[in-house]
Design a binder for this molecule. Sequence first.
Ligand SMILES: Nc1ncnc2c1ncn2[C@@H]1O[C@H](COP(=O)(O)OP(=O)(O)OP(=O)(O)O)[C@@H](O)[C@H]1O
Length: 241
Amino acid sequence: MELRAVTKRYGHAENAVTALDAVDARFAPGTFTAVMGPSGSGKSTLLQCSAGLDRVTGGEVRIDGVPITDLSERALTRLRRSRVGFVFQTFNLIPALTAAQNVVLPLRLAGRRPQPSEVTARLTEVGLAERAGHRPAELSGGQQQRVAIARALITRPAVIFADEPTGALDARSGAEVLRLLRTAVDRHGQTIVMVTHDPVAAAHADRVLFLADGRVVDDLTGPVGSEKIAVHTARLEESAR
Ligand SMILES: Nc1ncnc2c1ncn2[C@@H]1O[C@H](COP(=O)(O)OP(=O)(O)OP(=O)(O)O)[C@@H](O)[C@H]1O
């Protein structure tokens, strides 16, 4: 996945905000990148534009080498369904569906007929094979997020975008979620881009990209310890004030 001189502006004239300012970034296959930076630095915008959920003002985003910036809405939706996975802070499972039905949904939306063994394998990977028939309301927050990870993994997407995946979880469930993301990278060569405010979460990544004022201001390749990440974060927050 690659961003070339990506710019995103919101609003017009004197009210315009440049959320991303000519950002270049490349996310190699099978790598886990954390995106950090002060509030308003452009992290969510970077995720939204990279995933094709929002259109860029300038520059180009490529997924699997395909410039998504040129795609029609329909082609973009198709690409997103088959090549992009999402994990959100608030899980975003469908309440009326069971864990297994939630996991299989991206395959159904992509028009593929799922093998039951595929769903069981994904749920087993996240330690929830016995909960296949449970609805989200019958699962803890950590378990719901694990279902969301299984759902993101099932299409074997080119990239998974995770937006504060541990933000709503206690430390123990958060650590489990990070371990599963790490395993997906190490075992399946999954590419993951994760926005986080938490240096401990970011320390699970191979690389930490720091944004400030819509620009990449630091790019640490790791393993990078959480202490070093915390110092970088504090420094950026200080200068953003
Ligand atoms: N829909 C929008 N309309 C106008 N301005 C927006 C919109 N979305 C984001 N912005 C502005 O773009 C800039 C970047 O916002 P973004 O949400 O990407 O930051 P962030 O780093 O994710 O912040 P946080 O950590 O607080 O979630 C901010 O100045 C924000 O106010």
